[in-house]
Ligand binder design. Structure first.
Ligand code: GLN
Length: 276
């Protein structure tokens, strides 16, 4: 027999040993997920005994996490913009930095038609549809599996988003007031040096921005004008060192009013521009 407290300590030590930097947090989150308990409940019951079967349920998950499977693949969820999204190995796990992209678009999307290019889990367009008052909302991704999950997330949040399977703009009809995108932007050569959670478990298709990391920005910059109304705007998430290159691509394609926004860590993160 063990107690909640002993189990939490054991989980933390196991995760630390596997080189997980947030071992404390992850151990707690696995305990919370396995037993459905709150922090307050834990403090009152930390010395309660846990049955062997229950302890085993937790230890199985700890073992998975120690193998560097992302926590979100174990719990199946990630919170984003205050909403809960279902995630799996077919989509990029929504990142906190990306909330800034949503925040920017929420400020300008009232009554506007919005296209989310490379929607993955759907976190961006669903947050916009749920938290704002946009007009038509369309989301595209090349991956059918990603779209299947995005549709589930849209249903969960009861928003009306049209999902289209499309290699960038190939299957996109009509024009929009706003195009938003967080495309794959990691240079291929850097993928091997990423954390095992990302490198081995998140879809390469969602990470790899090809040789210089800029291929999708190149293609998006070149094609977006044909799908934007006059005066329409584009909002792109970028890697911390890509602001200059992406601004250049957009101005070269005919965009004006270029703007770069930093994230909470002080890194360049969003480039936006207007189409004339
Ligand atoms: N748009 C999705 C997100 O921001 C997926 C991004 C991607 O696959 N590169 O989470």
């Amino acid at each position: 027999m063990s107690t909640y407290k002993k189990l939490l300590e054991f989980a933390r030590d196991q995760l630390k040993e596997s080189g997980i930097s947030d071992a404390d947090i992850d151990a707690w989150l696995l305990l919370e997920h396995t037993f459905g308990i709150s922090r307050a409940w834990y403090y009152l019951h930390s010395d309660d005994e846990v049955s062997e079967a229950d302890a085993l349920r937790l230890l199985k998950l700890v073992k998975k996490r120690a193998m560097r499977i992302p926590l979100q693949h174990i719990t199946g969820i990630q919170e984003f913009a205050g909403l809960e999204f279902e995630v799996n190995g077919d989509v990029l796990i929504p990142r906190q930095e990306t909330e800034l992209l949503v925040e920017e678009v929420l400020g300008v999307c009232d009554g506007k038609d919005v296209l989310d290019m490379c929607c993955g889990s759907g976190c961006i367009i669903i947050s916009i549809a749920r938290l704002g008052r946009p007009g038509r909302t369309v989301a595209a991704d090349i991956s059918e599996k990603a779209l299947a999950l995005a549709k589930k997330n849209a249903a969960k949040h009861q928003v009306n988003v049209e999902f289209v399977q499309s290699d960038l703009f190939a299957a996109i009809d009509g024009s929009f007031d706003i195009i938003v995108s967080n495309p794959p932007y990691i240079p291929s050569s850097e993928i091997e040096s990423l954390m095992p959670e990302v490198r081995d478990h998140e879809p390469r298709l969602a990470l790899d921005g090809t040789k210089d990391g800029l291929e999708y920005y190149r293609r998006i910059a070149a094609a977006s004008g044909q799908h934007l109304k006059k005066g329409g705007r584009i909002y792109l998430e970028i890697g911390y060192n890509q602001a200059e290159a992406v601004t250049k691509l957009l101005s070269g394609a005919g965009f004006c009013d270029l703007n770069v926004k930093k994230d909470l860590s002080g890194h360049d993160r969003i480039v936006s521009a207007r189409w004339l």
